[in-house]
Ligand binder design. Sequence first.
Ligand code: SF4
Ligand code: SF4
Length: 191
Amino acid sequence: MPKFLDPVAGFGVTFRTMFRKVVTEEYPEHKKPTAPRFHGRHQLNRHPDGLEKCVGCELCAWACPADAIYVEGAPNTEQERYSPGERYGRVYQINYLRCILCGLCIEACPTRALTMTNEYELADDNRSDLIYEKQDLLAPLLAGMEEPPHPMRLGDQGDYYRGAGIGSGLDQPAERAGSTSIDTLDEGSTR
Ligand code: SF4
Ligand code: SF4
């Protein structure tokens, strides 16, 4: 091929590529959905009346291989009740600088208070914002839920742990697809 045609040949490659299907993922403009059981940001779930499922037992913190969870429990009183248990999680922190998203903490949780969502955008430009506090992790209040503290509205403690209110229209669906909350687990998913 004559040398003066070299630039034309080079542009030929460019033009051919322009009309090919793009294979790169155009993140963040187009976000690909994760697998349904992808382990993303944690969520602290609520009972159907808004009380917190976390009873401040610290089992999640003990199970964590990365020492990423810090919990301080405190007793509930009849005047100030946050969960149906004897205690609630007064302080709850997850350090996403340490967390490896392994899911051992949600396995350890006896009340299924702690589950994981599909949210994976956990980057930030400073270290302190990656230590999530309880208010960052609590599930949002849905219709029919009331911000604690308040009395148990669904019966006694046993009623809560047997799933009182579920199916009554007050139950809390998973915030995002793939969140392994008690409700989705009861529908047949496994941990
Ligand atoms: S997902 Fe794993 S590393 Fe992260 S807080 Fe839970 S147990 Fe710790
Ligand atoms: S999230 Fe579960 S395991 Fe962790 S302190 Fe609360 S109830 Fe206990």
